[in-house]
Design a protein around this ligand. Structure first.
Ligand SMILES: [Fe+2]
Ligand SMILES: [Fe+2]
Length: 152
């Protein structure tokens, strides 16, 4: 699996988690906190590995530079909404509305990555480099997960 496939797999997982959180909110199944926490962790991990191991290979390049800078700003907006979602009382219509705006932001960003940025990535990174980065992404993910389990 190369780096792009790995990131796309993450995207699918995050979108799935949004659905689970929305379901828990609607059904009041008692799993809202737990599912929101899973979403928070998956999104933070994905943004973290992109920002530290993936985007740095793409900034400053003619083909990918601008979209990557845009992506970094979109991560920033998503983090800001997530921070509020984490602080606000969850069982309200306002929270549900904020969650929807968060999902729409993530979907927009994911769509831009998958249809505009990723198709240009092979122009600046070789197949070998993309496989290398995939290994680094997996390692970083493992590191972050270990860190999390020792702190909880
Ligand atoms: Fe991203
Ligand atoms: Fe992404």
């Amino acid at each position: 699996m190369d780096a792009l496939e790995l990131l796309i797999r993450d995207h699918r997982e995050v979108i799935e988690l949004f659905k689970e959180v929305e379901m828990s909110h609607k059904k009041k199944d008692g799993k809202l906190d737990e599912n929101f926490e899973r979403l928070l962790q998956a999104l933070e991990m994905h943004m973290n590995i992109e920002e530290t191991m993936f985007y740095p290979n793409l900034v400053g390049k003619k083909e990918t530079g601008n979209l990557t800078l845009e992506g970094i700003e979109e991560h920033h907006v998503v983090r800001e909404i997530l921070r509020e979602l984490n602080l606000d009382p969850k069982n309200t219509a306002e929270w549900r509305a904020k969650l929807k705006v968060c999902r729409e932001n993530v979907e927009h960003h994911v769509n831009e990555e998958e249809t505009e940025l990723f198709p240009d990535v092979p122009k600046v990174l070789s197949k070998e480099r993309l496989s290398q980065i995939a290994v680094q992404l997996e390692e970083k993910k493992r590191e972050l997960m270990e860190l999390r389990s020792t702190h909880s």
